[in-house]
Design a protein around this ligand. Sequence first.
Ligand code: RUQ
Ligand code: CUA
Length: 765
Amino acid sequence: MKPQKPIAAFLAAALGIGALWAGSAAGAESLQDVMKRRNLSQQDLLAAAKTYVPTGKRDEFVAFSSGGQSGQVIVYGIPSMRILKYIGVFTPEPWQGYGYDEESKAVLAQGRIDGRDITWGDTHHPAMSETQGKYDGQFLFINDKANPRLAVIDLRDFETKQIVANPIFRSEHGGAFVTPNTEYIIEAAQYAAPLDNKKFVPLEEFNEKYRGGVTYWKFDRKEGRIQTKDSFSVELPPYSQDLSDAGKGPSDGWSFTNSFCSERYVGGIEKGRPPYEAGCSAKDTDYMHVVNWKKAAELVAKGMAKKINGHNVLSIETAVKEGILFLIPEPKSPHGVMVSPDGKFITVSGKLDTHVIVYSWEKIQAAIKAGNFEAKDAYGIPVLGMKETLHKTVQVGLGPLHTQYDSKSCVAYTSLYVDSQIAKWDYCEGRVLDKIAVHYNVGHLMTMEGDSMDPKGRYLVAMNKLSIDRFTPVGPLHPQNHQLIDISNDKMQLLYDMPIPLGEPHYVVAIDAAKLKPGVRYKVGTNSRTDAPSAGAVRAGEEKTVRKGNKIEVFGTLIRSHITPETIEAEVGDEVTIHLTNLERAQDETHGFTVSTYNVHASVEPGKTVTVKFKADKEGVYPYYCTEFCSALHLEMQGYLLVKPKGWKATKTAGAEKAIYSEDDYKKQLKKVADTQAVIDQVVGYITSVNYKDFPDVVNMMDDAVDQLNKIKDAKAKHEDAAKKKDWNQATLWAEQVWQYQVKAADLGLRAKTYLEQNGARKGK
Ligand code: RUQ
Ligand code: CUA
């Protein structure tokens, strides 16, 4: 620990309170006062200074956490641990309209299995796309253990684009893990089952007919989608495969998958047999599967795979014959398998062992080349000797689960579930360097880009399964606890507890924030789920409603503070489809859309086109409105769906209102319009006096403002025309509409002006 004075001085400076540090008599609390009042130690302050991200500043890393049983992904910043977003993946997510608009329903529908909608997922392992073994910030993949599926999220907009269901597994766990250039995304089975699942097979035939496997999903980076037709699986024995990892560097082209029940135990406590937990941990070792996926892909290309449920599968027999599948004993009921950044070592830890085992890739390869096998398993797969392939065994503590790597060479971190600790250790020399207590029962752990070839060190997050006494109680179901640990020094320092209140997040990946370059708007008229132009898109002024038989299709638009159309008329029983395009270009000008009681919702970000569809099955009156507070007149962003009985005829004519506005009202409106124009002229004067064209965000805001101002001409002609006819109602309201356009333009102009002032715009163009 450094002397206290410099820390105090540093903090005072960091917190921008310089002179206040000595204590202030001016009524404001000093740092010391706060420390005393809140009972904070110097250590607490240091941790706070390491994690606090002042307003307007941003985090260094962005973490993508599995949302566990929520079937979502949680995005948060490191070191602040502030949640930035939830991404709907396997589960409907109303804010994003995910599962409530047609475009996203189509994505969720890809995840149907046996024709069944599955609206939840047990997400475990997110994986970042890689280029040459390094995170590239383009795509995120995540698995669903319960219903074997894999999802693709595009990081240009943080939206789920694709879900693929595994055609031959009933559950999976060893995914998602990517190969170093994201050629494939690996997904290994968990609980063995007959691969085709066409008919019932009794447990008595487990050894013969139940199988595990590992699937290699081919990823087409240009399309940003998994190509199912070029994907394949390698059949594996029913050993209960667990986690996987892809080789890298010298081990590129290979993959590694654990197993935890090579005993092939099938339970049956009801029949007086010992339970699963006993049967599955009877042996001292299980098997790590070593697969040459590059060669496997070549065999598949040569047509050596058989088709099961339309999917390419290389049988165990073929895999053995072609020399692409091997087994290595590994310690009792292992869990994580992690390849070191240089690709030379593979670390495995047995949940019921105190050791981590480091295998040497060089030795594994040598043994394979020499045909040095100690045995064959029951399925004829060659088994390499543990001794022959071992680099080091390191006693790290009780219940080692997962390992991550540091930017410093040879340094690794392993989570100790039973001990509730993180062990820092040297995998080259095989010794423990440091340990720190976590709260409690840590599962995965994660270092910054720590599973890539270029780990960034700095921080570690411990994903604790229990939080017991850490947080204000919220009932029997506790949040989980992600603990942030500083790993930049020799000794680890615990910095922060972050409650995760949404499912059990198993694994997290974190990427250097600078690598993420998401967009802020879509090209106008984009279907964000397919990245293609939407057939429902229209430009301003082209809005229309089309009726064909009992189908009504609305092509509408959204722009502050207006939904076009303002009324939708239907007959009971009609099928109503509403396409909406957000015409805004300004950043963060999202509109939402819902129709009362029809269970539809859309989030329509700038440029996006979204479709909602429903059957207007009950006559009545249904307001629709914008669900995002987008502008001062957001509440007026409304309309009515009128569902009439069949054959209904209007008996009254519209526009027969009495006069409620006078010439005086009209004149007042004109004065308001003139005053506002003066403000607009002033703002525009400022903006055009500086180099605003150098700021794309401002150019977009100006475009939107000009759009608004352009609409004035029409409204102005209307109020002048009405005034000529002394129709003061129409004149006053159309003049008011002119003012509405002005207000929106002025709002944008002022925002642009503030932006320019804060971002160092210069005088001159
Ligand atoms: S899990 S706590 Cu990766 Cu599914 Cu280990
Ligand atoms: Cu658009 Cu509120």
